[in-house]
Design a protein. Structure first.
Ligand SMILES: [Zn+2]
Length: 329
């Protein structure tokens, strides 16, 4: 009994400590991951758009309204990324400190719309600005632990600088005339500009517009002219259209790139650093022609499913026929 009471007491204390910690609400998973690297376990970090979700098209839930209302610090990208957030903040009546983590970054203009391109985290140099802004917000909220946050920030900053160098080195291994990235939406302008890759996309900067026929025709011309060996799909967007374009042009899908979300826990892209590393590795393998149709994921996967199910149905039918045959005998 004494043991039981002790366990209950420990649990209650733990719950109280958790509740006393300040809460950060981040709009997208790249930003909650960055924050985690800086605050460690000194703050609770909550995510608004779940991993794999599309922040451009997100519809906030009543749970999000409560989360925002209770938060102490809200991290937003801004630059039209979270069009739904200001209303959510206003309606919640939150007292949270709202930090726009792209502050100090000069945005690129969207290729398609008369607005800034929000995907600045794709340039790792901008990523350094993101984590600095997050660190400053966190210190403003909890100045007592300033030294702790600064130490974590410095350590993380080194890792992010290493990532920037890694991407530069890797992209350099792609033949100059093949440094063309064909993907489904304009999430890679910053990446392309920073690392010297020409960008072509089927959709515009957001994901809510249907791809125009003219755009697709134009894209196919680019694929044929540049003879790129691969084009790419994205995790937050339905890959069907890219698969169709790849099939029609007899090239491969070089993989699914992370754009507006990190990957599920345990996947190759489950952090900001890992998502950009995974993207780079796929882009380099695809554009250096190291992929053959046999070892690319999407296009083949659906075919494999088809083959296996046909074989299973075939076996089942054969079994049923043999059974019937024996019965008749
Ligand atoms: Zn996007």
């Amino acid at each position: 009994m004494k043991k039981f009471i002790l366990i209950v007491l420990v649990l209650l204390t733990y719950a109280r400590l958790q509740a006393e910690k300040p809460t950060i609400a981040a709009t997208a998973s790249m930003f909650s991951d960055m924050a985690k690297n800086i605050v460690g376990d000194k703050m609770n970090i909550e995510l608004i758009v779940p991993v794999g979700g599309d922040p451009h098209l997100y519809k906030p839930t009543p749970k999000d309204a409560k989360l925002v209302a209770d938060a102490d610090l809200i991290l937003q990208n801004g630059l039209t990324f979270e069009g739904w957030l200001s209303e959510l903040i206003e309606n919640s009546g939150t007292k949270a400190l709202v930090v726009t983590i792209t502050e100090g970054i000069t945005p690129i203009k969207s290729l398609t719309y008369d607005s800034p391109d929000p995907h600045a985290w794709m340039n790792v140099e901008h990523g350094l600005k993101y984590i600095e802004n997050i660190k400053n917000g966190v210190v403003q909220l909890d100045p007592d632990n300033k030294a702790f946050y600064e130490k974590n920030h410095e350590q993380y900053r080194q890792e992010v600088i290493n990532l920037d160098n890694y991407i530069k080195e890797q992209v350099n291994t792609i033949p100059a005339d093949k440094r063309i990235l064909v993907t489904s939406h304009d999430a890679f302008q910053y990446y392309g500009k920073q690392y010297g890759i020409q960008l072509e996309s089927v959709l515009g900067v957001s994901t809510d517009a249907e791809a125009q026929t003219d755009d697709i025709i134009n894209l196919i011309k680019i694929i044929q002219k540049s003879k790129v060996p691969a084009i790419f799909a994205e995790t937050t967007i339905n890959p069907k259209q890219m698969q169709q374009i790849a099939r029609d042009n007899n090239i491969v899908i070089g993989g699914t790139l992370y754009a507006d979300s990190i990957g599920e826990t345990g996947s190759e892209g489950d952090s900001y650093i890992k998502m950009l590393k995974a993207n780079t590795d796929k882009i380099v393998a695809g554009l250096t022609g190291k992929l053959s149709p046999e070892n690319t994921e999407e296009v083949i996967d659906t075919n494999n499913d088809f083959h296996w199910s046909s074989i299973l149905i075939g076996l089942a039918l054969l079994g049923a026929m043999l059974f019937m045959f024996r019965k008749l005998k």
